[in-house]
Design a protein around this ligand. Structure first.
Ligand code: ADP
Length: 453
């Protein structure tokens, strides 16, 4: 400000002096005074003109809005331009920071496994994340600022949205819902701000399926136990109320024992499954020799075949082949249970005299293939993908007649998965089946090379 006053006075002084010097040759005091006054006035006017043009430059600089360079450095206008630049820089910095924070929030919403939609007070979509796009079939280009009611047309959502009572969630089908692949969404609407709504969606298909599976499982277990129990109760009643001779009594007791064994097997399979589901994966440090496993399997298989076909000439033709010196890392009891189930199934489902081949061979890439092939009835292709479901049976009566629980292949699948192995089922109806478990090379080691058959 001081510079401004000084420069103004200096201009006037200079003007006055110039006026005085110009009038001096006239040697008239009044003229000299008039000229000096005029000079002061012109000097002041010039100062105003220059000052006004500097102000004008500043104004057009402000209008342009490009504050990267200073328009002038000195004087009042210079200071004004400097302060404007500093203020603008502070504002820009603050705006950048809040923009970054907003981006962080949006990125967090974007990374959410749930769908998030921000609605304005009119119900128009302001923003949504990719998961919400997937859940409701929204398109970022097309659907922003559209009313949510026009895009999500499910009746339960429409009536919930218009009810304005957003305390409870609603369950509705997702956009990709089909009868073959149902998709269920849990949708919440949360009011916030001034009439705005936060719409949250969560895919609960897996949860619903797990609940349904749990319900089915309990119903199946009850059914499986009820059948032998009813039979047992019937026999007990007969034994209590009817006078029976010794032979009949023996027969009834044998049938009762059969039903009791059936229940025992079922409970034992259920316990095996629950142990498999609840315990950590088997370690890589316990090694079991494949030949030892196969030897045990062979003993049990021949015994089972003899039980099912008492006449020696009607027993199955069985071969067991394994490389000596090959070991698998895992739980010996689980491995024996899984392989035993496959061999047991082959014997139970292959008619008397049929062929069964059990092999455990390494592949060139170090994996180990354990396979059981039979010449049994085979399985139609439509059943193959469901065979490992609990209680799934192709032939109910054959399964029950031979003491099946419907849990064998579920156990095999679990054990395989726990050992990082893959179960493959190939079958040709009328010709036979091949069940193969392929163990990863990381769980297989070779200690010596010698083939035994
Ligand atoms: P189950 O105790 O009934 O044998 P599993 O889970 O072991 O139960 O097998 C499921 C179904 O798969 C069986 O009920 C049977 O219909 C079919 N199955 C399994 N193994 C064979 C096989 N080797 N040959 C033909 N069908 C088989």
């Amino acid at each position: 400000m001081l510079w401004r006053i000084v420069s103004f006075l200096a201009c006037q002084l200079a003007g006055g002096l110039l006026g005085l010097m110009a009038a001096m040759p006239m040697h008239e005091q009044t003229r000299e005074l008039e000229a000096a006054m005029l000079g002061v006035f012109v000097g002041g006017l010039l100062w105003f003109v220059v000052d006004l043009s500097r102000g004008g430059r500043l104004l057009s600089w402000l209008r342009r809005g490009d504050f990267s360079n200073s328009v002038m450095r000195t004087g009042l206008w210079g200071e004004v331009s400097d302060r404007v630049r500093r203020l603008v820089r502070i504002r820009e910095h603050a705006a950048l920071e809040s923009k970054e924070r907003l981006q962080d929030f949006l990125a967090a919403f974007q990374a959410s496994p749930n769908g998030v939609v921000l609605l304005d007070s009119q119900g128009a979509i302001e923003w949504f994340n990719q998961m919400a796009a997937l859940h409701f079939g929204l398109d970022a280009q097309r659907d922003l600022l559209q009313h949510i009611g026009n895009l999500v047309r499910d009746p339960s959502f429409v009536s919930h949205f218009s009810s304005h009572d957003y305390v409870n969630e609603i369950i509705m089908p997702g956009r990709e819902n089909t009868p073959a692949r149902p998709v269920k969404l849990s949708v919440y609407l949360h009011p916030y701000g001034q009439g705005r709504l936060l719409l949250l969606s969560r895919d609960i298909t897996a949860v619903e399926q797990a609940e349904a599976m749990g319900r089915d499982f309990i119903a199946n277990v009850s059914h499986e136990i009820r059948t032998p129990l009813t039979v047992l109760a019937g026999f007990v009643e007969t034994l209590q109320s009817c006078p029976l001779d010794e032979t009949e009594r023996e027969r009834y007791l044998a049938l009762m024992a059969q039903q009791a064994i059936r229940m025992q097997t079922l409970v034992s399979d259920l316990l095996t499954l629950s142990r498999l589901e609840g315990s950590p994966a088997p370690s890589h440090s316990e090694w079991v020799a494949v030949v030892v496993l196969l030897r045990q399997l062979e003993q049990d298989a021949r015994a089972l075949s003899a039980v099912l076909n008492p006449a020696p000439d009607r027993r199955h033709q069985m071969s067991f082949e394994a490389l000596a010196g090959i070991e698998i890392a895992g739980s010996p009891s689980e491995l024996f249970s899984a392989m035993g189930n496959l061999v047991g199934n082959a014997i139970r489902y292959t008619p008397a005299g049929g062929d069964i081949q059990v092999r455990a061979l390494t592949l060139p890439d170090g994996q180990l293939e354990f396979s059981v092939s039979d010449s049994g009835p085979g399985i139609a292709p439509e059943h193959l993908s469901r065979l490992t479901e609990r209680f799934y049976r192709v032939d109910h009566s054959r399964s029950r007649d031979t003491g099946g629980t419907g849990l064998g292949l579920a156990i095999v699948k679990h054990v395989s998965q726990r050992h990082g192995a893959v179960l493959k089922i190939e079958s040709t109806p009328g010709k036979g089946s091949v069940f193969t478990i392929t163990f990863p090379a990381s769980r297989v080691r070779e200690t010596e090379l010698e083939t035994v058959a």
